[in-house]
Design a binder for this molecule. Structure first.
Ligand code: PEP
Ligand code: MN
Length: 244
């Protein structure tokens, strides 16, 4: 019997930010109709500018709970502050540490004390060694259920938002023994690069892909330029599955 496809196990898709009940539910239901199992959505958004949309916060957590109840999808969201840990734990299945917080060691210890999987994104200027050490903080606090996420690093080039470090995928897998996924949305900032970078990541041994999807990317409150529309996602997912 054919083994379950890798992409069925770990294709994490959803909007950058949860913007409303309708936007989240529509996206989740669409993704589910295609066979996606993991739904992502930001509640607390770590935006570079304080003028940018900061996320719906606790209201978004309630929406995540509703999505879970309605669709049964596995949900994930970023926790930015230890004071929100109980609320985030209660709302989703997987907790995410974002790039900007990879060096926040008290937050790493806080999520390390939880019994739910943690997605640990690579700091945008973190060396692989620093990223591995960050995972150790989580492990030593008692949680070794960690998914490492390569989301691009800051380099001198400005054609892309970040530079996807494909070599990090096999290195981190070998060094840590942990699953590694790739996020070409944040890794490139450009939706047309999501498919080629996903293929590269899978060829390098990635255990999954995280990708931003929005019903109307041009109207998204965050990261629309790196989010796939439903139709674009459907094509992307078919292409990826055919190579799995
Ligand atoms: C995210 O995945 O929502 C996000 C903000 O990504 P990163 O932390 O990699 O910038
Ligand atoms: Mn985003």
């Amino acid at each position: 019997m054919k083994e379950q496809s890798r992409m069925e196990k770990m294709m994490i898709a959803g909007p950058c930010s949860i913007e409303s009940y309708g936007q989240a539910m529509e996206t989740a239901k669409y993704l589910k109709s295609l066979g996606v199992k993991n739904f992502r959505g930001g509640a607390f958004k770590p935006r570079t500018s304080p003028d940018s949309f900061q996320g719906l916060g606790r209201e978004a957590l309630e929406i995540m709970k509703a999505v879970k109840k309605e669709t049964g999808l596995i949900t994930s969201t970023e926790v930015m502050d230890g004071k929100d840990i109980a609320a985030v734990y209660d709302a989703v299945d997987i907790l995410q540490i974002g790039s900007r917080n990879m060096h926040n060691y008290t937050l790493l210890q806080t999520v390390g004390a939880q019994d739910k999987p943690i997605i640990l994104k690579r700091g945008m200027s973190a060396t692989m060694e620093e990223w591995i050490k960050a995972s150790e903080y989580i492990r030593r606090a008692g949680n070794d259920n960690i998914i490492m996420c390569e989301r691009g690093i800051r380099t001198f080039d400005t054609y892309t938002r970040n530079t996807m470090d494909i070599a990090a995928i096999p290195i981190i897998k070998n060094e840590t023994g942990l699953p590694v996924i790739a996020d070409p949305s944040h890794g490139t900032g450009r939706k047309e690069l999501i498919l080629p970078m996903s293929k590269a990541a899978l060829a390098a041994g990635a255990d999954g892909i995280m990708v931003e999807v929005h019903p109307q990317p041009e109207r998204a409150l965050s990261d629309g330029e790196q989010s796939l529309s439903f139709e674009e996602f459907r094509y992307f997912y078919r292409e990826i599955k055919s190579r799995d």
